[in-house]
Design a protein around this ligand. Structure first.
Ligand SMILES: [Fe+2]
Length: 470
């Protein structure tokens, strides 16, 4: 447990303990029970987040030291029930590539201390990468592992919450699938009571986009196979509720989730939103497609990183009971958009897609007309069910044959592992991008060991993945 994680945990326990003693205070929710967070780092600033139910005016402080002896920015902000009492502060005027500490105050009560970092770069960048954290499917020890690492930011590729009720380890709140604004707000609130979620946010800024389960399974702008308009009302109202709750509860700048982050000359990160503009024929929508192609082809950073919620490498799956040969919820369902993006890359060979969604670990060369034009690294799920869970077979048994079948049918897939859960880290230097998978030993154990299991890298100007020996 790091200093930040330990302090956050102890303060959280103390606040919870204070609230549970004394009948007079029992009805009052503890202040800062959902922790603190930061996100969307810029060279001169960062976004701060918390939630305060019992006050409308909240003081905030940013310091250049952990003990708040050198406070560099401070102010007062407001919240209200209209935004579910969530608090967001845009801080500017900071130095680039620099660590800061922040906290909030209401009266005499001080929040847990968060640590954050502005964008920029020295000789390397280090990111955590995560996706698919399903509360009832397990505990979030992988987040705790990332909280203890030395990172510039955590890139979250979606399924930060799940709207449904899939799993038995611990119950979801509310105890029905989310449809209304109140449902989605309660679900987000539940996730932000988890100690590993709180520790992760208190340790690093997050750069998040969403995938389908922040709204509904395999969602798009026009619907979801798990939405029934007859009993659940218009899809547009449900998508609007999911969008509002996400923007209230996540440390993302207001507006849209497709956006650019610059880390000096070393890397530019384009985060995609593959749900809000998706129709039957486009995964990106025209405006996002134009922006992405323009960034990938005209930005001058040495590396172009793309935060991409679903797989872009084409995959043909071997025959499996209950699984189609092609997953059309991925870019495989939108070959025209994919070809436009990949064709625009020309011979640049500096684009790396960072992907979630599929609850398994992959490293692929991304082909166009037989040549590799980019690489793709897929982080596995933190807890969400994957192959061995769904098939109810022990890990590293039946999956081995399926993995071999996938690689035989898809020679550009250099690595696939269908069973393990965990998180990834990404290190970017001028010469290479390196992607490590860290697997949790037991996803139902909140204190599970987490250990590095596989490492791959892409050397600059190669568009090839290669295994790095452990
Ligand atoms: Fe997922």
């Amino acid at each position: 447990m790091s200093g930040v994680e330990r302090r956050t945990f102890l303060i959280g326990a103390a606040v919870a303990g204070a609230a549970s003693t004394g009948t007079a205070r029992a009805a009052t929710p503890p202040l800062f029970e959902h922790g603190v967070a930061s996100g969307d780092p810029l060279p001169d600033g960062v976004l701060l987040w918390t939630r305060v139910v019992t006050a409308s005016a909240i003081r905030w402080e940013v310091a250049s030291d952990e003990d708040f002896r050198r406070i560099v920015r401070r102010g007062v902000t407001r919240t209200s029930a209209a935004r579910d009492h969530t608090v967001k502060v845009e801080v500017h005027g900071l130095r680039d590539n620099t660590r800061y500490w922040y906290r909030f105050r209401v009266g005499d009560v001080v929040s847990p201390v968060g640590r954050t970092k502005t964008a920029g770069c020295g000789s390397e960048l280090n990111f955590g990468v995560a996706s698919c954290a399903n509360w009832p499917a397990g505990h979030f020890a992988g987040y705790g592992f990332l909280a203890r690492q030395d990172l510039d930011a955590v890139i979250h590729l979606g399924d930060y919450i799940y709207e449904n009720l899939d799993g038995t380890v611990r119950p979801h709140d509310p105890a029905h699938r989310c449809v209304t604004l109140d449902d989605y707000r309660r679900r987000h609130a539940q996730y932000k009571t988890d100690r590993h979620v709180q520790a992760l946010h208190a340790a690093h800024p997050m750069i998040a986009t969403w995938d389908d389960h922040e709204s509904a399974d395999n969602s798009s702008s026009i619907g979801s196979p798990q939405h029934d308009p007859a009993t659940e009302g218009p899809w547009g109202a449900r998508m609007a509720a999911a969008t509002q709750a996400y923007h209230e509860w996540m440390p993302v700048r207001e507006g849209k989730l497709d956006r650019t982050f610059r880390f000096g000359e070393l890397a530019t990160l384009s985060m995609l939103d593959l749900r809000s503009y998706r129709t039957d024929t486009t995964i990106l929508g025209a405006a996002q497609r134009d922006w992405l192609i323009n960034t990938l082809t005209s930005d001058r950073a040495r590396w172009q990183l793309v935060g991409n919620s679903v797989m872009i490498a084409p995959v043909t799956f071997p025959p499996l009971p209950g699984f189609p040969a092609t997953n059309t919820d991925q870019w495989d369902g939108f070959p025209a958009d994919r070809e436009l993006v990949l064709r625009s890359l020309g011979d640049r060979k500096n684009t790396v897609f960072l992907t979630g969604d599929i609850h398994s670990s992959w490293a692929s060369d991304v082909p166009l007309n037989g040549a590799s034009v980019a690489t793709e690294y897929v982080v596995t799920s933190l807890t969400s069910a994957n192959f061995d869970d769904l098939m109810k077979v022990p890990p590293r048994t039946a999956s081995l044959q399926i993995e071999a079948g996938i690689q035989a049918l898809n020679p550009h897939v250099r690595f696939v592992e269908l069973d393990s859960h965990g998180v990834s880290t990404l290190r970017v230097t001028a010469d290479e991008v390196r992607f490590d998978w860290h697997y949790v030993a037991d996803k139902v154990n909140p204190d599970s060991a987490v250990a590095r299991a596989h490492s791959f890298r892409t050397r600059h100007n190669t568009a090839q993945t290669e295994r790095v020996p452990l």
